[in-house]
Every structure is written in structure tokens, then in C-alpha cells.
Design a protein around this ligand. Sequence first.
Ligand code: ZN
Length: 289
Amino acid sequence: MSLRAQLWLVFLLPVAIMAGLYAFGLTIPVPHLGRDYVLRIDLPQGNEPVDLPTIYGPQDRSRPLVVIDAGHGGKDPGSSGSGRREKTLVLGLALALKDALLDQGGVRVALTREDDTFLVLEERPEIARRMDADLFISIHADSAGEITGISGASIYTLSSQASDEAAARFAERENNADRLNGVEVTGQSDAVSDILVQLSQRRVQQNSAEFAALIVREGRSTLKFHPQARRSAALAVLRAPDVPAVLYESGYITNPADAARLTSPEGQRAFAEALARAVRIYFARQTRE
Ligand code: ZN
């Protein structure tokens, strides 16, 4: 057999086997102690990798996909205060937002985690990117340490340089979760030479900023914001270059009033409804353009 024919055989044999499986309805009969067992293979739908989260809502790819990311989880509890842990508080908010978005309709929704699972920081925007998400919302709760009297929500968007000292300190703290896991987050390449990528990133940043502004507008009457509600920082979790992303710091877990509100059904509902409105208006504007 010629080398060329051998190469073709190497390439075509797996294809022939798969075609054979397909022809037999994806089942392989396995003889086993005189009884008929059938091994059924579930192939992933379309080109979606199998380990991505469930997509809720209309199974219509033309509908925008919102990926909600509850911060921390598993061995990484995040901040704590007022007898509560950030990983639990933000999961409650994430699930409430999922429900509000599904009630409102029109969008597909996925969560990076739906239980107390540990996720590496870099996995989170990567999930959104691989799912071809249209919006990424990471939910956290802030800590003021021993300082009392600080409360309210703030919304972070990505900046190439931390916009002020507070934002830089915040970035340090949130990025620490990854360093604990032994993953270097600072290694992300800043050498983005391709002008097209830069333009796309600028567009993504504009969209992120627009969504952040909508959250403030839609939440003004029902949510409690920090006096400086809009901030930008170099947060690893926001580094999906092609998915508009915000990090929503829902409030201060170290502030008893914030912590109580954010864990109450009323507080969760107020948060979820304001963000769902912001999402609806954001996509309505996108389709008008
Ligand atoms: Zn956090």
C-alpha cells in the first residue's frame, strides 16, 4: 500500500466507524452473560462542547445569551461578614436573576455555577466566551474589613489600568483567589497587536459601560448604591475580549444592613428585577443599532 493510501486509511477509518455507528442509531450492542445490553452514546448537540453549563430559556440560538457568574464557590468562600459568606450570598442573587430573566423572557440564560462548586477564576469568562455569550454578569459582595458605615452596590467594568487606588486594591483582592489556586492571572497577554482585536475590544468595553450605566439607571429607585457606583479595574474575571462584561458588587457583606437585605427574598427580588430590566433595555438597544 502506498504511503498516501495508508494516510487516507488513518484519516478515514475513524470516520467510517462513526458513520457505521450513526447508521445503527448510535447504539453498540454489547454481549454480556447471555443478556442483551445496549451501550448508548449521547453525542453533544451541534458543536457545543459537553462540559458547558445548561442553557435555560428559549432554545433558539438567535436569542441573546446571558451568562451569570456567582463569584467564588467551593473551597473559595470569598469575603465574609455579618455571619454570612460571599459565595452563598452571591449564589442566591445569581439564581434570583436567572429566574427574573426567564420570567421576563426573550433571552437565554446560563450560570457558571449553580451550586457550591469551585471554579478557577479564568474559567469563568472562558465559559462565557466558549458559549458565545452576549453578556457576562459576575456577581460579588464587597468587604470593608473592620471599617464600618460603608455600604451599597457598585459596578465594575474592565479598564486596562485600574482607575484609582481603591479599584487597584479591589483587583488585587479579587484576583487573589486565583493565585491561591496556583494560577498566575497577571500573565494575560497585554501585547494585543492586532488592530481588529483592539477595535473589537473597544466596542466590547463601550457595550459593557452602557450596560453598567443601565444598571444604575434601572436600580436607582430600588437598589442601594455606593456613592461611587461606577468603577473600573483590571479584573481577571472581566477579561473575555469578545463578551461585554460587568462585575456587580452587590453591597458590603461586612455591613449588617446590606448583608440582611441581599439575603432576604425582597432584596434578592429587587436586585433581580432591576438587573433584568437593564438586560432587556440593553438588548433592545443592541438590536436597534
Ligand atoms: Zn468576590
